[in-house]
Design a protein around this ligand. Structure first.
Ligand code: ZN
Length: 277
């Protein structure tokens, strides 16, 4: 299984000289199985460069098929979708998965995103690919070739976000991009989703000291991610979903502050980096 990070930021993109190492695009991650099957998780601005990279293959000819999982529809998880070029090419098929949010289906949410007040696209109908919205959400399992994708609800700031567990044989990746643990402790359903993962890609939403008050709802103590990974017995913890205020240097310091004596590796996700498990 090959995992590639196309966007690692929370809330809003953060380009600039202080984020050249970790990257400035908002969340998007792709997974490719040994048989070449691929899926994407979240459609932050990182999905736009990935979309361009696909145009030399079947997606450029209108012969591509994609399974795209949206963990929840906050901007940083969907703001790249209106600019995902394969979605404009007739013949491509994109299956979008996501739970209802604020009593709206994922299709209704994305249609709202295309509203002419906010977008020149005006309507999902102006995307010429086949957009499908299969009925699969938290608690469900989706099969993409040899990849099995399990979806689960995780606690989030307002409503809930989905955690995604991707298995290929005995290899397991889990993505938990937006979480808020009551009292800092991962609930049993989260620990169960993370259990024995080879790689747990986990929210960190670190922040620049001094901004706690302004962004209190959008910060997360990285030590809680370490505790969750410890409870679940994962083999590697990869931190992502960085606050837009966090510089490369601050994230390096954050990683160092977590220490090195853990029973698993801890890494910072970097845009453009690939992991194999
Ligand atoms: Zn987010």
């Amino acid at each position: 299984m090959q995992i590639t990070f196309w966007g690692v930021r929370a809330l809003v993109p953060s380009p600039g000289q202080e984020t050249t190492v970790t990257g400035g695009n908002t969340l998007c991650l792709t997974v490719q199985g040994a048989g070449g099957e691929a899926l994407a998780i979240d459609a932050g601005t990182g999905i736009t460069p990935w979309g361009r990279s696909l145009l030399g293959g079947p997606f450029g000819k209108g012969q591509g098929e994609l399974d795209l999982f949206i963990t929840h529809p906050h901007y940083d998880h969907i703001q790249g979708f209106p600019f995902f070029v394969p979605a404009f090419i007739p013949g491509n098929t994109i299956r979008l998965y996501g739970s209802n949010y604020c009593k709206r289906t994922m299709e209704q949410v994305l249609e709202s995103q295309m509203n002419p007040i906010f977008s020149p696209i005006q309507s999902l109908k102006n995307l010429n690919s086949n957009l499908l919205f299969p009925d699969a959400g938290p608690g469900g399992v989706v099969t993409v070739g040899a990849l099995e994708v399990r979806l689960e609800t995780l606690p989030h700031v307002t409503e809930q976000a989905m955690g995604v567990r991707v298995s290929e044989g005995n290899r397991v990746l889990v993505l938990a991009p937006d979480v808020n643990y009551p009292d800092g402790i991962a609930p049993p359903e989260a620990v169960a989703l993370f259990r024995d993962a080879d790689v747990l890609v986990h929210d960190v939403r670190s922040h620049r000291p001094g901004l706690e008050r302004q962004h209190a709802r959008e910060t997360f103590d990285a030590r809680d991610a370490v505790a969750a990974a410890t409870a679940a017995g994962v083999k590697k913890l990869v931190l992502t979903h960085y606050h837009f205020d966090s510089t490369d240097a601050e994230l390096d310091a954050l990683r160092e502050g977590l220490g090195h004596g853990h029973p698993f590796e801890i890494e910072l996700a970097r845009e453009g980096a690939t992991l194999w498990i």
